[in-house]
Design a protein around this ligand. Structure first.
Ligand code: SF4
Length: 391
């Protein structure tokens, strides 16, 4: 089972913290839609033996496309790939694009999941981030959207400069008041060469405070768990049955094809990524070629990736899988490296029982996971468990 990701590389304006690939000029939008459809066709042989379970429009801002553009791209996927019945089809959208008419158009299309870039319900935060929407638009679009979609996720950003714990809690409570089943929440980070980076360097915005971000993270976990959400990945919280199928597939190592400038793909053995340049992308696709680079993953790369994603998710790192897929040397190394984190109560080994229907018995599985205390630090812990050369 596999997923198709389609990157829409346009945004109305540049958010100050963002380093994703996008252009604020819409001049080539129509040409881009045709090129995306062409790439979908050019790459159909890659998924000859696969069933597509999820289609995900990300960006950039997919909601700058017309409903006809979106339908055309979904039709292109159906035309060239085998798609399961009722695939999850997600569209990322920004509140300023989500008026009632647009939401109705989406609801009458194959899109069945909306991921809305709210980020904050406070005007001053939205201004600081240079978001294209305001707080009233964020609330209004959620009122409409929840009338027509049950599967909605919103993004929220924490760790904003000078954001008090009370203000952050208010943001979470406002989100909860719309009764949405999924929240993705990320700490604000300073990416090199972004406007935020420059503003912090010249002192117009205060430096980010890691301790504050950590406090926000724990408030978020407590509040959402209290309200029936499962913290299934470091930045993702969902009610049961509402976890993102698309993202879960990435974390569980399933294959995906990334269409569009800067999109990444994974086929189980290698990763590839398309050029992050709209003009070059269009030119190369017009020559019937896909402008991408490929990296074959060594055993160490695959081990490191499994550790990184496993520690971020509720599913953890299976010690049996480490031994069967990578060998006992890798397992010994992992257990040795994990020791100090287990003593510091940042990691734990949990034993769970898994029933084996075929043999009508259950077997014990040991899984390495981050503890509640260790969750915020999971990326740093993972990098200490990585290995550089054991082959
Ligand atoms: S809308 Fe999203 S992709 Fe576009 S600039 Fe803002 S954060 Fe980046």
């Amino acid at each position: 089972m596999s997923g198709i990701y389609i990157h829409i590389p346009f945004c109305k304006q540049a958010c100050h913290y963002c380093d994703f690939h996008f252009s604020t000029s819409m001049k080539k939008k129509d040409e881009m839609v045709l090129a995306l459809a062409k790439e979908i066709e050019l790459r159909k042989s890659e998924f000859q033996n696969e069933l597509v379970e999820t289609i995900y429009f990300g960006g950039g801002t997919p909601s700058v496309l017309t409903i006809d553009d979106i339908r055309f791209l979904i039709d292109s996927v159906y035309k060239h790939y085998r798609v399961i019945e009722n695939p999850e089809i997600t569209l990322e959208a920004n509140p300023d694009d989500l008026d009632q008419e647009t939401i109705l158009q989406y609801a009458n299309s194959p899109i069945n999941r909306l991921s809305i870039g709210v980020q904050s319900f406070f005007e001053d935060d939205l201004e600081l981030m240079n978001r294209a929407h305001n707080s009233a638009e964020a609330k209004k679009c959620l009122e409409f959207a929840t009338q027509h979609f049950d599967n909605i996720s919103i993004d929220l950003i924490y760790g904003m400069p000078n954001m008090s714990n009370e203000k952050w809690l208010q943001n979470i409570e406002t989100a909860l008041s719309f009764n949405i089943p999924h929240i993705s929440s990320y700490a604000l980070t300073v990416e090199p060469r972004t406007a935020l980076d420059k503003m912090i360097k010249v002192g117009t915005v205060p430096k980010l405070d890691d301790d504050l971000a950590q406090q926000h993270f724990h408030i978020l976990i407590d509040k959402l768990e209290e309200n029936g959400f499962v913290h299934y990945e470091l930045s993702n919280f969902g009610k049961p049955d509402y976890f993102s199928k698309n993202n879960t597939a990435y974390w569980l190592g399933k294959k995906y094809i990334g269409i569009g400038p800067s999109a990444h793909s994974y086929n189980g053995e290698s990763r590839s990524w398309n050029v992050a340049n709209n003009s070059l992308y269009l030119k190369t696709i017009a020559e019937n070629k896909v402008p991408s680079e490929t990296e074959f993953l060594s055993k160490n790369d695959r081990y490191n990736e499994y550790i990184m994603t496993g520690l971020r998710t509720i599913w953890g790192v299976s010690l049996e899988r480490i031994e069967s897929e990578f060998g006992s040397k890798y397992l010994d190394y992992l257990q040795k490296q994990a020791e100090k984190f287990i003593l510091e109560e940042l990691l734990e080994i949990v034993t769970s029982s898994v029933s084996m229907k075929s043999e009508s018995k259950s077997i014990e599985k040991q899984v390495l996971k981050t503890t509640k205390k260790g969750k915020f630090l999971s990326d740093g812990i993972a990098s200490d468990l990585f290995l550089v050369n054991l082959e």
